[in-house]
Design a protein around this ligand. Sequence first.
Ligand SMILES: NC(=O)c1ccc[n+]([C@@H]2O[C@H](COP(=O)([O-])OP(=O)(O)OC[C@H]3O[C@@H](n4cnc5c(N)ncnc54)[C@H](O)[C@@H]3O)[C@@H](O)[C@H]2O)c1
Length: 415
Amino acid sequence: MTRIETLAICAAAPDEALSDETRSEPTTVATVEQHPAADVASTYNALPVETTTDGAAPFSREQLSELDQEDIGERARPVDCDAEYKTIMITGGAGFILFTQVLQGDVTSSDFIRFLLEHLKVEAILHFAAQTHVDNSFGDSFEFTKNNVMGTHVLLEAAKEHGIKRFVHVSTDEVYGEVPHDEVGSNGSAAECAPVLIGYEQPACREETILAPSNPYSATKAAAECLVKAYHKSFGLPTIITRSNNVYGPYQYPEKACSKFICQLLRGQPCTIHGDGSNSRRYLYAADVADAIDVIFHRGEIGEIYNIGSQCEITNLGLAQGLIRRFAQDRNADVDAALAKNIVFVRDRALNDCRYAVNCSKLLTLGWRQRVDFETGIRKTIDWYCQFGEGWWGDIGDALIPHPGKRLPAPPGGW
Ligand SMILES: NC(=O)c1ccc[n+]([C@@H]2O[C@H](COP(=O)([O-])OP(=O)(O)OC[C@H]3O[C@@H](n4cnc5c(N)ncnc54)[C@H](O)[C@@H]3O)[C@@H](O)[C@H]2O)c1
C-alpha cells in the first residue's frame, strides 16, 4: 500500500475553533506559524475526502468517529488509480476532510503557496478554499473576489511553476445561474414542500452550457473557472473542474440553509425564511460529494468539467417545514403547533435564484452514484448537530441571523 500525505490548507488551524475532544481527525497538526501569510479568520467546510492510491483508508478507521466510519463505508471503493500522488494539497479543508497534516495559511499569498508546494513536494491539488456564503457576497463582495479569484489565480500560477500533476478546482452549480421551472429540469413539482425526487434523465444544465452567474459569489466562482480553463489551454496545466449542487451534512458551518435551520431550532428560535421560501435547491449529503470528488480526482479526464448533481430537490420552505416536523416528532410535540410557531418570513436576498439544475450524466459514466437519500442524510445531520452543534465552532450567533454578512462601507454620499 502506498501511503499518501494529504495536506489541508485552511485559513485557521482547526484546534483554534474545534476544541472538542471527540474530533476524529487529523492525525498531525502542523502550523507554518513563522510564515507571514498564516493568519486570517475562518469558517469550516464540510466535504470529507479520503485519498489513497489503492483505495485503502489513509489511516485506521478506529481513529474515526462512528458516524465518519459509516459515511466512509457508504462511499465507492475501491477507486482505480493510475497515477501516484504522494502528496496532495487540499485547500479549504478544515472541517470534515480526512488529512494527515493541517497547515494554516492564506491561499492568496503567492509566496506562501510557492513555498509550500516546493517545500512539501506537493503533486496534486484539490482546491476547495473560497468565500462561499451567498448572503455574505451581497455585503463585502471584495473579499469574494480576493479569495475566490485571486486565491485561485495564485494557486494556478504556483501549480504551473511547480509542475503539479493534477489540479481539481471545486466550483458550483451556481455558475450556470438560475434555471426557471419552465426552462429545463422541472417536473413541475419543485414548489412542493416535500423533497422531490428528480430523475437523472431530467433535462438540466450540461457542462457545456454558457455560464450566467447572477450573484457576486457565483460571479467570482465563474471568474475563477475562466482562469482555470485559461491555465489549462495556455500552459497545459492538468486541471479538472467540478460543479456541485448544494451540500449538507455534519460539520457544516451553520450559515447554509440546512445547518442554519437545525441550529435555529436547537436554540428554540424560528427558522428564518428568505422571501416566500419557494426557491428550491438540490441537496447532496457531504459523503456523496466527497465520493464524487474522489471519483473525479482519480478517474476524471484532464481538461474536463463534471457536474455533481442530486436527485433530491426541495424548496427552502419545505426544508424548514420538514426539519420542524422531525424535531416535533422526536419530542412528541404537536406538529401543527410547531409548524405555526417555528417559521418566520424575512425580507428576501438582494437576488435569490429560483433554482439550479445540473445534469450529471457525465459523472455517472465515471461510476459515481448518489448513495445517501435525503431522509437518511438529514437524520444523521440532525443527530450530529444535536450532539455537537452548539459547541463545535464557538459562538455561532452571528451566523444564525437572517442576513449575516459584513457590509461594505458606503461611498461618500451613499450608494
Ligand atoms: N456548500 C455547498 O453547498 C457547495 C456547493 C457547491 C460548491 N461548493 C464549493 O465547495 C467549496 C467548499 O465549500 P464549503 O461550503 O465547504 O465552504 P466553507 O465556507 O465551509 O469552507 C471554505 C474554506 O475555505 C477557507 N478559505 C477561504 N478563504 C481562504 C484563503 N484565502 N486561504 C485559505 N483558506 C481559505 C475557509 O477558511 C474555509 O475553511 C467552495 O469552493 C464552494 O464554492 C460548495
